[in-house]
Design a protein around this ligand. Structure first.
Ligand SMILES: NC(=O)c1ccc[n+]([C@@H]2O[C@H](COP(=O)([O-])OP(=O)(O)OC[C@H]3O[C@@H](n4cnc5c(N)ncnc54)[C@H](OP(=O)(O)O)[C@@H]3O)[C@@H](O)[C@H]2O)c1
Length: 128
């Protein structure tokens, strides 16, 4: 049994991964901004109020996980806002960079003290 932390676990791929890891017997720590009935119904540990683009928010996650070992960190939280050369939206691009690129680095760096030897950090893998 591995301990797996998933960001953006309240819906979409993150929620589905949480279900699949739980089904195979792993311990899942579901991290999100806002929990909901679908996530709560899994009966797993949920840490909400975590925005991966916020230093303060991720610091709260670190405090909540003090002393806990994590075997796999799934940096799933992300946004996709379409833009094109005809309609460049630099504010949107910067927002996506903050969440999708810097967010995983912030979370990974903040939790490195929790990561076990041989840990794995991923984006959105299929559970294995
Ligand atoms: N679906 C695809 O085909 C596809 C393809 C390539 C890559 N991806 C990537 O795979 C990941 C999951 O995709 P999905 O389809 O499941 O997306 P989704 O349904 O839109 O879910 C995105 C998740 O990320 C969370 N999130 C967004 N911004 C966040 C932030 N600043 N801090 C914390 N959590 C945040 C959302 O939380 P809230 O509910 O609070 O908004 C939600 O839980 C995303 O990173 C996406 O870009 C998806």
């Amino acid at each position: 049994m591995a301990t797996i932390l998933i960001t953006g676990a309240n819906r979409g791929i993150g929620l589905e991964m949480a279900k699949q890891y739980v089904a195979r017997g792993d311990e899942v720590i579901a991290v999100c901004r806002h929990t909901n009935a679908a996530l709560d119904s899994l009966g797993i540990e949920v840490i909400d109020g975590v925005d991966v683009s916020s230093d303060d928010s991720v610091a709260g996650l670190v405090r909540a996980l003090e002393g806990r070992r994590i075997d796999r960190l799934v940096n799933n939280a992300g946004i996709l806002e379409r833009t094109s050369l005809d309609h460049l939206d630099f504010a949107s691009m910067e927002r996506q960079f903050r969440v999708n690129s810097i967010g995983p680095l912030r979370v990974t760096a903040a939790l490195r003290g929790n990561l076990s030897a041989g840990f794995m950090v991923t984006g959105c893998p299929r559970p294995r």
